[in-house]
Design a protein around this ligand. Structure first.
Ligand SMILES: Nc1ncnc2c1ncn2[C@@H]1O[C@H](COP(=O)(O)OP(=O)(O)O)[C@@H](O)[C@H]1O
Ligand SMILES: [Mg+2]
Length: 190
């Protein structure tokens, strides 16, 4: 029963990803940002992914300071599910970490792993729709190659970015940067 349920969930995930991709291609992907607490948005996703890291005997680390951002809660969680899903999928030992830092006007969400890593020549291409770097690895890991292209567009619509640093054999870090919410500035008298 559990297996059936899980493959059903996976199929639903793939269908939704395909629908998002179709929306993206026709300019109909939309986000609805609001002021939200970074930890409240991210923590439930990290906890939801914990069962997957436990299955692979990976450590899961989370460091999120109290801070606010301007983001679409559901879409930001969707991006994190994709980044963490990849991190876990392409890592066989070691750890996956979600670490948040702040700069003046941005909140930076680092999703890092100690996995296979990505060749320098692949780093830009992996954000293209349907592109998968290592076909043997990716195919065995069962994906569509759509996750990062949709994630990157969602981040852009939210006024943010996704960047990647990676070293083959060492691991990868994907950084989702979103607008940081700062206290409102008082109207200046003319
Ligand atoms: N954390 C990671 N470590 C290694 N390779 C990665 C990682 N994240 C993404 N990739 C590479 O980028 C490709 C595209 O990722 P994605 O768009 O999520 O598609 P999918 O997960 O369906 O393969 C993956 O197939 C893989 O080659
Ligand atoms: Mg993916």
């Amino acid at each position: 029963m559990e297996k059936i349920e899980r493959s059903g969930e996976h199929l639903l995930f793939l269908v939704n990803q395909l629908l998002d991709y179709a929306k993206m291609e026709t300019g109909r992907l939309e986000v609805d940002p609001e002021i939200c607490d970074v930890r409240e948005v991210l923590e439930p996703v990290v906890e939801q992914m914990r069962v997957l890291t436990e299955q692979k005997d990976l450590q899961l680390e989370m460091r999120i300071p109290p801070c606010l951002m301007l983001a679409d809660v559901t879409r930001t969680r969707q991006i994190l599910i994709n980044l963490m899903g990849n991190a876990i999928k392409f890592t066989d030992s070691g750890k996956v970490a979600v670490v948040v830092t702040e700069t003046e006007d941005k909140v930076h969400i680092d999703v890092s792993d100690t996995g296979a890593g990505i060749e320098p020549g692949e780093l830009e291409k992996i954000f293209e729709a349907f592109h998968q770097a290592d076909l043997t690895l990716s195919r065995s890991a069962a994906g569509t190659g759509l996750g990062l292209s949709v994630a990157k567009e969602l981040a852009r619509l939210e006024g943010g970015t996704i960047r990647v640093r990676s070293e083959v054999g060492v691991g990868s870090t994907f950084t989702l940067s979103l607008p940081r919410e700062t206290p409102p500035v008082l109207e200046k008298a003319a």
